[in-house]
Design a protein around this ligand. Structure first.
Ligand SMILES: Cc1ncc(COP(=O)(O)O)c(C=O)c1O
Length: 394
């Protein structure tokens, strides 16, 4: 007998989704069409009105994308998910769906550089002001801002400093303040962390990262209740950051191994974090799985695994960080994260390029910081690579 939907565990959802098996292709086909044909105007109208669940036009919905959306909703524990063309399209559709000109957003200052630019430049130009606070002050700032903010936005663990905030505290503060809470869950993925089940209203992922997992696609997801997602979907439809069906197919293919990949990302990163902590050429290792991490207890409470991201502050300067990254042979000298291959990047020259020194300092990003996205290669090879690159600093 087939298990019921709510009995499926994450690895099974990743591979098989939540749909009952039925005769036909074993793999969800790529429905590469922009438009859909109807037998009558009556049927078309029913679909346009959303009464029949039929697809009308791929910017609105598509069967391949819908299949992936079902899997992600099941993984995040939400009623609905919208899969769009990038993580930034996910954030912008959620923000424009939820917040009107004249309303305000509260955000932590430790967020992805692209999101920070959107919040500091594009949103104010459209009448939406964003206030920023340190992540440690976030739950209290939500409570103090009662009635002032339409949306509160945060990441945990943060990019690239790996700070962690108590998700349940944020959810509780937002609920009592009457504010919609939204998290960027990219660093953790729904395998390591399920924020909606901890009370967060909207969960977004850059699916470009762990969900896709192979550094070969750009995509984003927003998940939440059916009512909230109705607003987000409407905005996404009109903003037009639609996912292409072929990219949805690639995302579905990547998702099948998400749970098993994340297990390996977690164990590889933990091993490297422990080993690098012993090396005197490194001033600090930032990884929430280390007992020495300032938010380790909170991370243990809310995460199933500590993820594949870590950052190190070299006992050096920016020049040293450049030499270190240029000396790596296995870690690829590239931005992004969450793929099977290990990547290294210098935040001040890449994801957080263009921010002045004091802003970077406020975010806790040092000049010698190197961010590592730990892949699924052999951990001994990864450690040897990092050690030989450290040798180049002498
Ligand atoms: C934490 C985080 N959120 C959002 C994004 C934006 O995602 P995308 O590049 O898919 O638009 C990124 C991209 O690097 C990211 O690292």
């Amino acid at each position: 007998m087939r298990m019921r939907e709510n009995e499926r565990r994450p690895s099974t959802i990743c591979v098989q989704g939540t749909e009952e098996q039925r005769p036909g292709p074993a793999v969800m086909p790529i429905v590469q069409t922009s438009t859909f044909v109807f037998e009558s105007q009556k049927h078309m109208l029913e679909s346009v009105q959303g009464k029949s669940g039929g697809h009308v036009y791929t910017r609105w919905s598509n069967p391949t994308t819908k299949h992936v959306e079902g899997k992600i909703s099941a993984l995040e524990g939400t009623e609905d998910t919208n899969v769009v063309a990038s993580g930034m399209a996910a954030i912008s559709s959620a923000v424009f769906g939820m917040v009107k000109g004249g309303e305000k957003i509260l955000s932590t200052d430790s967020i992805y550089g692209g999101t920070l630019h959107l919040f500091k430049e594009v949103l104010p130009q459209n009448g939406i002001e964003v206030d920023f606070v340190d992540i440690a002050e976030f739950p209290d700032a939500i409570s103090e801002g009662r009635g002032k903010y339409r949306l509160c936005f945060f990441e945990t663990p943060t990019n690239p400093t790996l700070k962690v905030v108590d998700i349940e505290r944020v959810a509780e503060a937002a609920r009592s303040a009457g504010t919609t809470s939204m998290i960027d869950n990219t660093f953790a993925s729904p395998i390591n962390q399920k924020p909606h089940l901890l009370g967060i209203d909207l969960v977004m992922n850059s699916a470009t990262k762990y969900l896709g997992g192979h550094s070969d696609l750009i995509a984003g997801t927003v998940s939440g209740s059916a009512v909230t997602m109705g607003r987000v979907r409407e905005a996404a439809k009109l903003l037009g950051g639609t996912m292409d069906p072929f990219a949805s197919f690639l995302l579905d293919r990547g998702l099948k191994t998400l749970a098993i990949r994340v297990e390996r990302h977690n164990s590889n990163a933990m091993f490297l974090a422990q080993e690098l902590s012993k090396d005197s050429r490194i001033r600090a290792v930032h990884y929430p799985g280390l007992p020495s991490h300032e938010h380790h207890a909170v991370a243990r409470k809310q995460m199933n695994g500590f993820g594949g991201m870590l950052s190190i502050d070299l006992d050096s300067d920016l020049k040293g960080a450049e030499t270190f990254v240029d000396s790596l042979r296995i870690f690829l000298n590239a931005v992004s994260l969450g793929g099977v291959e290990s990547l290294a990047s210098i935040p001040s020259l890449t994801t957080h390029y263009g921010f002045d020194e004091s802003t970077l300092r406020e975010m806790g990003i040092s000049a010698s910081a190197v961010r590592l996205s730990v892949g699924i290669e052999d951990p001994a090879d990864l450690l040897a690579d990092l050690k030989q690159a450290l040798d180049s600093l002498r």
